[in-house]
Design a protein around this ligand. Structure first.
Ligand SMILES: Cc1cc2nc3c(=O)[nH]c(=O)nc-3n(C[C@H](O)[C@H](O)[C@H](O)COP(=O)(O)OP(=O)(O)OC[C@H]3O[C@@H](n4cnc5c(N)ncnc54)[C@H](O)[C@@H]3O)c2cc1C
Ligand code: SF4
Ligand code: SF4
Length: 1004
């Protein structure tokens, strides 16, 4: 495939090649069956295979149930056709966006799932004057916001999941976020919708003045739309008193149907019905929204934060009404559990650092320039009222966007962080978003605490204090039948408590399978009957997302049904080569995935590059973890783990970038899980020639170097690359390394150290990795030059591989042998207190990280403590400060830095930027992900297209960066793979290593 091919093209090719259910693994549905009929009727793919059913059996909730299959509609006509076919087969239908729901709204046993996120994701129009946007349902909220930024506009509801949640899902759940204090919730911003009803008909919902000619025309027809209008009006009018009495007067209330909002009176006294307001929060039970017209708000120019810290949770809550008087546009709460978990997490520890010790709870107040005239004054007033005159003991201030961003990241990480709690008891979401009037919050929480005590459990607290919505998650072990009953009992008690406080059982996450059961209690029999009548008017056969929001007598929804980890759940704990003790075992690491969907985000961070390139659920970390869980729990045949399909589709496409190790909020380390399962696969099925070749790349490179330049010429002989592709599967398009006759070790051996042991300030081993030693010794020479100039004595001994290449192929025993040999060779240096430096980040990560679970050897910790990337070493010891650089050279050379994903996983990618900047280079790091090469992955013929597709994201980021910058820049990248991938982009030279840039500017 040509390098210029777009990700989309590749995805389409992949669709055809890979995802049609294969006859070996899934019997073709008999003709006339549901799947075949859907396939015949829809342009988009239809998948009813077992893997797809597992992938779509869960969302971000505690539930799991396999659907019948999934349709990926390409357009409105596809949605209509799918809904009609499902109706003909009496099959239930669930529309789905990113599947991040927390109450089980997208878990539909036996349903046909419509994945609207895959193709129906276009922003169709933006009207800056009218402040509206027309979008398809699959548009990700952050993508819409990015498109609106240049117009100074935004879509107001901002759920914490906005970097992957779709507009359709936000409409389904009536989502909202931290700024609901100021802006309210989604139903206020959905003006019109195109909606496919349960019979496949398409209606257009909008403002219609009651009893106007338009109204008369609509209701005079003899169709479903007319029946709906008549029913809704009658229900609202007949139940007016009950609606007034039963719906809580809150900024957030998303339980039940929006009967209180569907008819309103405008300033001229017209009574207006807008069915769009009913569809919002209907959780896909009334129709499938295929297009929405949204109203937008202006973006504040500036914001500022005050974080007031308390040593008592109830005192923080009691201060909420006062905080609201300060004109804050968000008032958020975090408790010490969140701070503690963040401090222990690789990804979030730095965000929790500023929170002072002793903080049991913190109120975070945001002020914006549209509401307050003077931000510093507003922040100072918060400190005066809440700290000096109140009960907070300290206040943090954040004015710069970067500082605010870090505090918001901490707040938004609360849910996934809580789910990373070790062991089976977890803080589960089922009563986590009840909403009460803010002035009743402290009393409500005291009542909640009593309920928890009665049921002998604890909980974590955080969220939107300013609107009375608190996320409280009781800690339970749902694998234990008693705890499942406790969950039901807590939910029952909490509904009573919420009703006592005039609240709503859901102020944010919706009803789903977790809360629908309790809607009759909250709304009373009269409105419950109205809900049923409403549902019947829209969906006479009750086929749209059954069991959510409302149920029929015989099909009551029960909070205990369809649990992902119920009492019957059991998982195999396989015997493993790697040590999984730190993660609580292999199965525990798999089960850490709670479905939050962060691995579907496409903004910053590394995770998950394969999803970014394909937009397929199967290629998310979540998808892989779900399939692994299905196999170890027997949901699918456990031997499936070792099938060709599982290997090629689930594991091989994970490129082992380790992005999830640091970016997944619960630390689902898929690269490690993959390596383990690959080893087990090799134990059963052996290894291919290509796997052996790549695992032993060091030996091959050594041979190549010995016979260079012959080896280099051999690959250029016409037909040689095609032959290589056919025999060992190395992509013919990929440029191969060029071997040098003189290796780095040879060069150093001949040259020797240039610094006396007596004058050196320290001694280091420079590790001669495969690429540096045999193909690019210049990088190693540069490192030697810089280190010696900094007064460090360097040794470059002949050393074997770290085992990284074998590890990547899942040949763990071979990797372990290589690791032990390396430890033996390094031992004398480590005993002398020498550090071991790497120019190649993946080798550094191997010894610092992978050895810990690969080798049971006490020398591992000594090596890990003394192993550094070369720039990391210079930076940590500030050695570069003793060097003199040619300022004229550095100041004129603008650098664009792309960090290696393994460095990012270790949080070590910033060192090179710091050192280069101190040398005088203007350096801009790119907020890039993985380059897509991933060691051998990008060389493999069957992975070349995906590798290029991932690489093209990096290329776009580099280009955006250069365009934004406007001046010529030099790309620097420490990773060999990254340099190869970038060098293969059209119009790009192979980048240099940062240490080469340092050596280049050294003043002699
Ligand atoms: C870590 C985390 C944090 C969260 N934070 C928040 C938060 O701050 N605020 C908040 O409100 N929620 C939050 N949520 C819940 C969830 O992310 C939001 O409700 C989100 O808007 C759902 O979007 P989605 O695309 O994932 O929808 P999905 O989960 O796919 O679907 C949501 C509902 O909408 C229906 N639906 C989807 N598309 C359509 C359509 N086209 N037509 C009709 N119905 C449709 C579905 O059937 C389902 O009932 C959070 C979830 C997680 C995991
Ligand atoms: S893998 Fe991590 S980020 Fe992805 S859904 Fe699971 S827990 Fe969330
Ligand atoms: S290792 Fe990388 S490619 Fe694999 S699941 Fe994790 S983030 Fe995705």
């Amino acid at each position: 495939m040509a390098a210029e091919d777009s990700v989309d093209t590749i995805v389409e090719d992949r669709d055809r090649e890979r995802y049609q259910p294969s006859p070996e693994t899934e019997p073709v549905e008999p003709s006339g069956s549901l799947a075949a009929a859907l396939q015949a009727a829809c342009d988009g793919a239809v998948r009813f295979d077992e893997y797809t059913r597992v992938l779509y059996a869960t969302d971000g909730s505690i539930y799991s149930a396999q659907p019948a299959g999934v349709v990926f509609p390409r357009d409105v006509e596809d949605v209509r056709a799918a809904v009609r076919v499902a109706a003909d087969h009496n099959a239930p239908v669930v529309p789905r966006g990113a599947g991040t729901s927390l109450a089980g709204q997208t878990v539909g046993p036996g349903c046909v799932v419509l994945d609207l996120s895959r193709h129906m994701d276009e922003i169709q129009a933006i009207d800056p004057d009218e402040q509206t946007a027309v979008v398809q349902p699959g548009v990700v909220q952050d993508d819409l916001d990015a498109a609106l930024e240049s117009h100074g506009l935004r879509f107001a509801p901002d759920p914490a999941s906005s970097n992957r949640a779709t507009i359709g899902g936000g409409i389904g759940n009536n989502s909202t976020g931290a700024h609901s204090v100021r802006y309210g919730i989604t139903d206020a911003y959905v003006e019109e919708c195109a909606v496919v009803l349960a019979d496949g008909s398409l209606i257009h919902t909008r403002d219609v003045v009651l009893d106007s000619p338009e109204w008369d025309r609509l209701v005079s027809k003899d169709d479903r739309e007319a029946a709906i209008y008549r029913t809704v009006r009658a229900l609202v009018e007949d139940n007016a008193d009950e609606i007034e009495a039963r719906y809580p007067d809150l900024k957030r209330s998303v339980s039940g149907y929006n009967l209180q909002k569907v008819i309103r009176t405008d300033s001229e006294g017209n009574r207006i019905i807008n069915l769009s307001k009913l569809l919002v929060g209907a959780e896909g039970t009334l129709g499938v929204v295929v297009e929405a017209t949204l109203s937008l708000v202006t973006r504040p120019d500036e914001t500022a934060l005050a974080v007031c810290c308390y040593d008592d949770l109830l005192e923080a809550l009691a201060a909420v009404p006062e905080a609201l008087d300060l004109e804050a546009s968000a008032v958020e709460l975090m408790d010490d559990e969140v701070f503690r978990l963040a401090a222990d997490s690789a990804e979030y520890a730095e965000y929790a650092e500023p929170i002072p010790e002793g903080t049991e709870a913190a109120l975070m107040l945001e002020f914006d320039s549209e509401v307050v005239d003077d931000l510093p004054d507003a922040v100072a007033a918060a400190t005066t009222h809440l700290v000096d005159e109140g009960r907070a003991f300290e206040s943090l201030e954040a004015f710069s966007p970067a500082k605010q961003d870090r505090l918001w990241k901490l707040r938004k990480a609360a849910i996934p962080l809580l789910m990373s709690m070790e062991g089976d008891p977890k803080p589960y979401p089922f009563v986590e978003d009840a909403s009460v009037p803010p002035e009743e919050l402290a009393e409500y929480v005291a009542g909640f605490q009593e309920i928890l005590e009665t049921h002998d459990t604890t909980a974590a607290y955080f969220a939107h204090a300013g609107v009375g919505t608190l996320h409280i998650r009781p800690v339970l072990n749902l694998k234990d039948g008693d705890d499942v009953e406790t969950m039901r009992a807590i939910a029952d008690d909490v509904t009573d408590l919420v009703a006592e406080h005039n609240g709503s059982f859901s102020g944010e996450h919706g009803d789903g399978l977790a809360r629908t059961e309790f809607n009759p209690k909250l709304y009373g029999p009269q409105l419950w009957d109205a809900f049923k009548e409403l549902k019947s008017a829209f969906d006479p056969d009750w086929r749209l997302n059954p069991g959510n929001v409302v149920y029929r007598g015989e099909n009551s929804t029960d909070i205990r049904d369809h649990l992902r980890y119920g009492p019957e759940y059991a998982s195999l704990e396989p015997r493993t080569t790697l040590d999984f003790d730190e993660e609580g075992g292999f199965s525990h690491l798999v089960e850490l995935c709670n479905g939050c969907g962060t691995c579907r985000q496409t903004g910053s961070d590394v995770m998950c590059p394969t999803y970014r390139a394909t937009e397929e659920e199967l290629t998310t970390t979540r998808g892989r973890a779900n399939l692994l869980r299905a196999a170890i729990s027997g949901e699918i045949d456990p031997d499936e783990l070792y099938s060709e399909q599982f290997q090629s589709e689930v594991l091989d496409l994970c490129i082992g970038c380790k992005g999830c190790q640091s970016d997944c909020p619960t630390g689902v380390d898929l690269a490690k899980l993959k390596a383990e399962v690959k080893q087990q696969y090799h134990d059963r099925k052996g290894t291919s020639l290509r796997e052996q070749l790549f695992a032993n790349v060091d030996r091959l490179a050594s041979l190549g170097s010995t016979v260079a330049p012959l080896a280099n010429r051999a690959t250029k002989v016409p037909g040689a690359r095609t032959a290589l592709e056919k025999t060992v599967g190395i992509a013919a398009e990929r440029s191969l390394p060029t071997f040098q006759r003189e290796t780095l070790v040879d060069w150093y051996g001949a040259r020797g150290p240039q610094l006396d042991a007596d004058t050196a300030t320290a001694g280091v081993v420079l590790y001669p990795d495969t690429d540096t030693n045999y193909s690019n010794p210049a990088v190693g020479k540069a490192a030697v030059e810089v280190l010696e100039a900094a007064g460090v004595r360097v040794a470059v001994p002949e050393l074997g591989p770290t085992g990284r290449a074998a590890y990547s192929q899942g040949l763990l025993e071979a990797a372990a042998d290589q690791g032990r040999a390396l430890l033996d060779d390094l031992e004398p240096y480590l005993e002398r207190g020498w550090a071991v430096l790497f120019v190649e980040p993946s080798d550094a990560a191997m010894v610092v990280d992978e050895y810990r679970s690969l080798l049971d050897d006490e020398r591992v910790e000594t090596l890990a403590a003394n192993a550094f990337g070369v720039c990391e070493y210079l930076d940590d010891h500030r050695l570069d400060e003793a060097l003199s650089f040619d300022g004229a050279t550095t100041a004129d050379t603008r650098l664009t830095f792309h960090g290696h994903c393994h460095q990012k996983a270790r949080g070590a990618d910033h060192h090179a930027v710091g050192v280069l900047r101190r040398a005088g280079y203007p350096v801009e790091p790119v907020d890039s992900g993985c380059c897509g090469m991933a060691g051998s992955f990008g060389y493999e013929a069957d992975h070349y297209d995906l590798s290029r597709a991932i690489g093209s994201i990096l290329r776009d980021q580099l280009e955006d960066h250069t365009r934004r910058d406007g001046t010529e820049t030099t790309v620097v990248a420490p990773g060999t793979s990254c340099r190869t991938q970038i060098g293969d982009f059209e119009g790009y030279d192979r980048p240099t290593h940062p240490v080469e840039m340092l050596a280049h500017a050294l003043e002699t």
